[in-house]
Design a protein around this ligand. Structure first.
Ligand SMILES: [Zn+2]
Ligand SMILES: [Zn+2]
Length: 408
């Protein structure tokens, strides 16, 4: 019998023979267990190679060109990070370059290192499990699609001040983003690891949780193994029946993010200098300004991404952590859905940080018109990154453990 342990609720689920294009969902929490994609290796390798080529092109040409009152400013992709560095926001510039160029490039390289040897039937360079583990570790930190939305928001913000020309690199980056997403979604984690390193699983009874059968599932490669193993025998990742100190870590990270939320909203996120006048603008100030200028859509995007989502995410995770042991266990599925939504939307809050990086790089005409990063930008990036870590350290299986304890 082929089975898989659900990552979100720990249920052991028997897998039927899936045909190409079919998906298997967990009957208890509706988590997508596996997706049988036709020709995954050919698709993923084609998309990854094309994406890498476009990423290189995106770094070779002008990204955006800005012209105002006779002055022309050309910005390349990497300048969005360099300008932050020059503006005194060194840490932020590191995050920007990592999230939009370095990590995506590494994810694609790891992916090719895993799939090309499989496709060509060759021995891989270095250990193939290391490449596959690195790929899954890094992928949540690639924010290419968030950056593209950030660019679009910046364009609307600047449109009233100047003429903007979209450069070759901009289109290359948009193409890269589409191919990157296609490449990554062409591989299913369960199917890939079974092709990469097939491994027997101990016998288990479907319809019961893994923990009740003294089994645990590996969070990296999905293999189910006996709980007394220290490391996964297939991918060598450390094994935890449940994420260690999950609730304590989540709550500690939430408190940190909550504290940072205040400077992020009170301090200026950008400082604009125009003919010697200096105007500081906060996140909310930016929303109000865009609204008063009639850019309602952009005002709404920034308001939701920068103000509502971080707060809603903090509250949702705080409530979920409290709910383990306190709330009605019958609502486990709804709580798991809330958790998944929280996990999904978190990265979109980076939009405003990317907007700042683009404005700072593009609008740089000395004292005629220049924009500099404010202290809120780093605090805000901190809120986003720490809440992503908080969501990551929350173990949704704790919600289901309680339901099982109650029904026993
Ligand atoms: Zn499940
Ligand atoms: Zn594993």
């Amino acid at each position: 019998m082929e089975y898989i342990t659900c990552h979100d609720c720990d249920l052991v689920v028997e897998l039927p023979q899936l045909k190409d294009g079919e998906r298997a969902y967990c009957p208890r929490c509706h988590h997508l267990l596996t997706n049988k994609i036709p020709d995954p290796l050919q698709r993923a390798s084609a998309f990854s190679i094309a994406a890498l080529i476009l990423l290189i092109l995106a770094n070779c040409y002008p990204f955006l060109t800005f012209s105002a009152s006779g002055h022309v400013q050309v910005m390349t992709l990497i300048q969005s990070a360099i300008a932050l560095y020059r503006g005194g926001s060194e840490i932020l510039s590191f995050f920007v370059v990592a999230f939009i160029i370095l990590i995506p490039a590494l994810v694609l390289t790891c992916q090719l290192m895993v799939i090309l040897p499989l496709l060509l039937g060759r021995e891989p360079l270095i250990n193939r499990r290391l490449w596959a583990r690195a790929m899954y570790m890094l992928s949540p930190w690639s924010m290419v699609e968030v950056f593209v939305v950030g660019v679009l928001v910046s364009l609307v913000k600047i449109a009233s001040m100047a003429t903007i020309i979209l450069g070759t690199s901009f289109w290359a980056y948009v193409g890269f983003t589409l191919l990157f997403l296609l490449a990554f979604t062409s591989l299913d984690r369960y199917q890939l690891w079974n092709m990469l390193l097939p491994h027997p699983q101990p016998s288990a009874q479907p319809g019961r949780s893994a923990i009740s059968q003294n089994l645990a599932s590996c969070h990296v490669c999905t293999l189910t193994v006996p709980v007394d193993e220290q490391r996964c025998p297939r991918c060598h990742a450390p094994l935890h029946v449940r994420i260690h100190n999950s609730l304590q870590n989540t709550v500690a990270l939430l408190i940190t993010a909550f504290i940072l939320y205040f400077p992020a909203n009170i301090l200026p996120i950008t400082r604009t200098e125009q003919f010697g006048n200096i105007i500081d603008s906060t996140i909310i100030g930016g929303v109000v300004l865009m609204w008063s200028m009639g850019s309602y859509a952009v005002a709404m995007v920034i308001f939701f991404a920068s103000v509502m989502i971080p707060m809603a995410k903090l509250l949702a995770l705080a409530w979920l952590s409290w709910s383990v042991g306190n709330a009605n266990p019958d609502k486990a599925r709804q709580r798991t859905t809330l958790y998944r939504v929280t996990e999904f939307v978190g990265r979109w809050s980076m939009i405003d940080v990317f907007v700042v990086s683009i404005l700072v790089a593009l609008i740089n005409l000395g004292n005629i018109l220049s924009i500099y990063p404010g202290h809120a930008a780093l605090a805000f990036a901190g809120v986003v990154i720490i809440t992503i870590l908080a969501a990551d350290s929350f173990d949704p299986r704790l919600i289901w453990d309680e339901l099982e304890r109650k029904s026993r």
